[in-house]
Design a protein. Structure first.
Ligand SMILES: NC(=O)c1ccc[n+]([C@@H]2O[C@H](COP(=O)([O-])OP(=O)(O)OC[C@H]3O[C@@H](n4cnc5c(N)ncnc54)[C@H](OP(=O)(O)O)[C@@H]3O)[C@@H](O)[C@H]2O)c1
Ligand SMILES: *[C@@H]1O[C@H](CO)[C@@H](O)[C@H](O)[C@H]1NC(C)=O
Length: 311
């Protein structure tokens, strides 16, 4: 037996607590998933439809392509009427027609460019008018055209990225959340901004408003058009329809989700790896994708010929 010095007990306690906090997030997510799967079996009333739980209208930004479009179809399938928002009038009308033909729901279209910041929100506000928005899906997002170094990204693109991914999401929440609070029901789904979404959830949960953070890994959409590697729909890279089918099923059940089961597995393993290793692997992956872009577009790039130090 080892000699047990007096300070061993507190050390063990600290060790256990550290492990506990380390595993707490993972376990909490797991419990939520179990609850979502098991609750309908034991408490049949638990399974209310989205229209009953939140109301009849959903607004989805960036809903004429990729994940947003597929998400709109999934909600329409569940009987929700849809407000579609994106830039292109023609694509909007076409998508609205397709939804109305396939499901017996109403649609409304709003053309707005979210890179314009608050101007776009003014347009949305005016067009929505008195229509109650019960589910708000802040889906529109912008990324670099392909993996670039910061100084290579045109300044205009960076401004657009902040406007689209951060500013307009925040303003859209601000615009619609008070009415949800008054009605005592509603849901918001945000992509990209995690901490803001967590704070909003904490503040509005007591008023019956669901606020979900949905953060997919790679989904095969035109956002990833720069690399053929990301075009083949495989086990880990679903297409938008497959992704949305799972993602909508998590609404009202999971506070935070990748939205797709194989992404959940990836996320679990990634979260166990120390941040510096994650960053290293991420950088390596980005460099590979960047090379794909140059190869597929026949762009010679001197910088790639020498072994580059990635920071
Ligand atoms: N695909 C992935 O692997 C992946 C991974 C993680 C997160 N995400 C996030 O998921 C969301 C959807 O991505 P996605 O891959 O489905 O995108 P996508 O296929 O490129 O679709 C983008 C949609 O947004 C609209 N849009 C683009 N720019 C806009 C603007 N400035 N103002 C208004 N609407 C605009 C587009 O229509 P118009 O061009 O007609 O305006 C289109 O309907 C994004 O927030 C993205 O960051 C995607
Ligand atoms: C890799 O690229 C993604 C954008 O596609 C970015 O969010 C991420 O921070 C990059 N990772 C590294 C380590 O450069």
């Amino acid at each position: 037996m080892w000699d047990c010095p007096q300070y061993a007990a507190p050390m063990v306690l600290i060790g256990i607590l550290t492990l506990f906090f380390f595993l707490f997030d993972a376990l909490w997510s797991l419990l939520q998933v179990c609850r979502a799967v098991l609750a309908p079996l034991f408490i049949p009333n638990e399974e209310t439809s989205l229209t009953k739980k939140y109301g009849p209208w959903a607004l989805i930004t960036g809903s004429t392509d990729g994940i947003g479009r597929a998400y709109a179809f999934e909600l329409a399938k569940r009987g929700l009427s849809i407000v579609l928002v994106s830039r292109n009038e023609e694509k909007l009308k076409k998508t609205a027609r397709e939804i109305e033909m396939k499901f017996s729901v109403k649609t409304k279209t709003i053309a707005a460019d979210f890179s314009q910041g608050s101007e776009a929100i003014e347009i949305v506000k005016k067009e929505v008018g008195k229509l109650p928005i019960d589910i708000l899906v802040n889906n529109v997002g912008k990324n670099y055209e392909y993996p670039m170094y910061l100084t290579e990204v045109p300044e205009k693109d960076l401004v657009d990225i902040v406007n689209i991914n951060v500013l307009t999401v925040t303003l859209m929440c601000r615009c619609f959340i008070d009415d949800m609070k008054k009605r005592g029901r509603g849901a918001i789904v945000n992509s990209y901004i995690k901490s803001f979404t967590a704070a909003l959830r904490f503040e509005y949960r007591r008023y019956g408003v669901t606020v979900q953070h949905l953060a997919p890994m790679f989904v095969d959409t035109k956002m990833n058009a720069f690399s053929k590697r990301l075009q083949r729909s495989k086990f880990y890279i679903p297409n938008a329809e497959e992704y949305a089918r799972y993602a909508v099923a998590t609404l009202g059940k999971l506070d935070e989700s990748t939205g797709y089961w194989t992404h959940g597995i990836q996320c679990f393993f990634i979260s166990m790896v120390p941040v510096w290793i994650r960053t290293y692997i991420g950088a390596h992956m980005n460099l590979t994708l960047r090379k794909d872009y140059f190869r597929e577009n026949h762009i010679p790039n001197d910088r790639l010929n020498r072994k580059e130090k990635v920071c």
